[in-house]
Design a protein around this ligand. Structure first.
Ligand code: NAP
Length: 372
């Protein structure tokens, strides 16, 4: 089987190394690079048309971003090439069009690496789904933010220092907005929910919050309560609606998820017959992510059915009632919702609908769910 690689950065170079060393009947015959001065071997080209018109069977997208990958993935599917991508942003944003296009052209669209990096997350979901009904999933799907919160908790450092460390170690991108503001987890939860429930959820309706405004005092509060602060993503199926939310949460230290160290990822699934099953591993990084990409390629070689279905319609349930911790300069305007005042800028709410709090949350607010 012949493979074309689009993008040869962190993930792409990992895929290249693994496949070039492999004895499987899978060979990379084309590699798309951005500039002519990056061409270092005969397989490399800057011309996407040369790849689309070649005899490759699978096109692997490892470029990142949204517009160019969207264009290239569409073109690849139209040229009846199977596509493997690690790009959660483009997949979650254009899910319906890409899945339908793959189906129309009789090819596979696979994206194991896009959620949970090296953890066989979607693979296990497919496996469970064959005989079971999944009712809910939750997890920690972003290694960068887990690293930051873990450092703040274990070493008592400030957010900016922990972020800088994450960047130095190559976990966080130089522009870390997608990680720290919760977008990345939103894409991953959307893709996971789509695969589990054979649907295509409207990404723009998913409520999400990040950890950008986390301060030492929030971590100290967690420690006092024998809790741990984590950025969580979760979804629950309630009849014809999916309740889906990305939010920092104070988790009881009794919970497994609360102990997830460093930059690892964690996912938990609940289904009728199997009950709870949990998965832990490297959610990012060159080789773990490339491993997942190569697994998809081999599954295509084995003619396994990897493409998701879109056969059901669900709307998003935005009502979400819980207790929240809020730190804000506008805390006085929240008085109707408050159960405890921690200090002049920090309160705990009664059991309230998150939607009612939205008008009071601004860019400087830190909000976390209390799940103790
Ligand atoms: N890194 C991870 O651990 C990880 C984990 C899971 C998923 N992902 C996803 O995998 C994708 C790739 O991530 P990455 O970390 O490998 O990114 P990266 O290191 O920035 O690699 C992207 C590569 O694509 C090249 N590129 C950009 N535009 C191009 C174009 N128009 N034509 C050809 N090549 C182009 C870049 O070249 P230049 O350097 O010259 O711009 C770079 O070599 C992203 O969607 C990311 O979200 C990454």
């Amino acid at each position: 089987m012949k493979i074309a690689l689009l993008g040869c950065g962190v993930v792409g170079s990992g895929v290249k190394e693994i496949l070039d060393a492999s004895e499987q009947n899978v060979k990379i015959t084309k590699i798309l690079v951005k500039d002519k001065n990056e061409i270092r071997e005969a397989r490399m080209t800057t011309n996407i048309q040369e790849i689309l018109n070649s005899d490759v069977d699978v096109i692997v997208e490892c470029i990142g971003g949204i517009d160019i990958p969207f264009q290239y993935i569409r073109q690849a599917l139209q040229h009846k090439k199977h596509v493997v991508s690690s790009n959660k942003k483009v997949l979650a944003t254009h899910y319906k069009e890409l899945v339908n296009m793959a189906k129309k052209n009789g090819v596979i669209l696979a994206f194991e690496a896009s959620v949970g990096g090296g953890i066989p997350w979607l693979e296990n979901i497919r496996h469970i789904k064959r005989i079971d009904h999944i009712s809910t999933f939750e997890g920690i799907f972003n290694g960068t933010t887990n690293y930051i919160l873990d450092k703040m908790t274990s070493k008592g450092v400030d957010f900016q220092i922990a972020l800088q460390e994450a960047q130095n170690l190559g976990y966080a991108e130089s522009n870390p907005i997608d990680d720290i503001d919760g977008h990345d987890v939103k894409y991953k939860c959307c893709l996971t929910a789509n695969v589990i429930w054979d649907t295509s959820l409207p990404l723009e309706e998913i409520l999400f919050f990040g950890i950008r405004n986390t301060k030492k005092k929030d971590i100290i509060y967690a420690t006092q309560k024998n809790a741990v602060l984590k950025l969580t993503g979760r979804a629950v199926k309630v009849d014809k609606r999916i309740q889906i939310l990305v939010i920092p949460a104070f988790l009881s230290s009794q919970e497994n998820m609360a102990h997830l160290p460093k930059n690892l990822n964690y996912g938990k699934i609940k289904s009728e017959y199997l009950g709870e099953s949990c998965y832990i591993g490297q959610g990012a990084g060159k080789y773990p992510t490339a491993h997942a990409v190569v697994q998809d390629i081999l599954s295509i070689l084995e003619k396994r059915k990897l493409s998701p279905e879109i056969s059901k319609e669900f709307s998003i349930e935005r009502d979400y009632v819980s207790h929240f911790y809020i730190r804000s300069q506008r805390v006085s305007s929240l008085q109707n919702f408050v159960s405890d005042i921690l200090d002049e800028e920090t309160v705990l709410t009664k059991n309230v609908n998150l939607l009612e709090l939205l008008p009071y949350i601004d860019k400087d607010t830190f909000i976390a769910e209390i799940r103790l």
